[in-house]
Ligand binder design. Sequence first.
Ligand SMILES: [Zn+2]
Length: 396
Amino acid sequence: MGFIIIIISIIIVVGYFIKQDLDKKEYEEIMSSYDKASSYSTSDTTSLITMSENDSYSSSGLFSTTTDGGYIINPESSFPLTIYGVDEATIKELINKLDNNESITYIVSGTNLRCKEIDDYVEKFKPHYLKKIEKLKDSSKEWAGAYGKYREDLLIKFRDQAIKTLEIIPSADLDVLFEYEDFTINDDLIDQYGSENLRLYFRYANRFDNVIVISTNHYQQDGFEQLVEVGLAIRGLDIELSDIWSYLKTLSLKEMNALVSDIIEKPFSRKNKAVEFLITVPDIKTRLSKIIALHKLFQLSKLPNEFVGIDLGEIHKTWMYENSIANLISNTYASSISAISSAAFDKEIDCAWEILTMDDDITCKYCKDAALKSYPSNKYPLVPLHIGCRCTVVCK
Ligand SMILES: [Zn+2]
């Protein structure tokens, strides 16, 4: 029970402190009392840039630059992240989004940025992962004789098993991070259509022939309207009748009769007969638009000819990859900032510390080992222990 109260109070404290500025002196005291448990922090720091008072970057407040053109977006947190491939304006935008808990996926896909700590992780653990999968294939009796869907299912199982053997397991789509890497495939498309539009488009890319119903005030309504504007989708009356047919079949017999009441001698008594007739009426779409909200219907367009060679499956993978990178940066950033806030608060408490893992089936050995140790009151442990680490620090 006491344990639960400690966890709850830590959550409250983190929530309270996360948006607070940390006094520089206090911060230095905290940092000097850390037990530097993290093996993945980098610091090739040359200068610290304090943002102007007009900037609203309340929780981190700072970024710094590296000698080789990178930016450290949370240099004073417990787990600095180093970003390459973007300019200073983008870094400010990125930090702003992160501090406001907003998605950074479109920045990731629009800039092809790299995060050093993620790249380091992938470089170190990917070979082990791939090797383990090959071993599992070799030792599997089913693999050699399997093909098609069965083979795919086996591979999913092997990937899962391989991930669980890794010493460090970030909370992320690791199979995506390890296996999808073509990061620039969509640059031409992004220039032409904008990355926000493309992400929405590819999310539904397996539904070209289907009509998508987006009700008014749906959170993606604006997005779909944008798609129409840039020519990636069509809407309402522009959709072929044959394509909206499945949607029309949901009309009642009464509604069908009402649609054509002025051109039929007597109402249809059976739905199939009505349907057969309706489809032959030349202005049926205009008639329909009077009783159903055709503007809610959207349909994705095929990509234009110049992009015909593009493999949609590959694009979808790129999108998943960018999503994983964005999530990993966001989660690590958030936990590294809140860890410092907790540390500032915990400093006032006199007790020994321990690391609390999520204790689930992807909790890694690295974190479990760290959680077995006890940290005396003057050796406050530093979390996150690695990118995508979900550990917290509690009073023992
Ligand atoms: Zn871990």
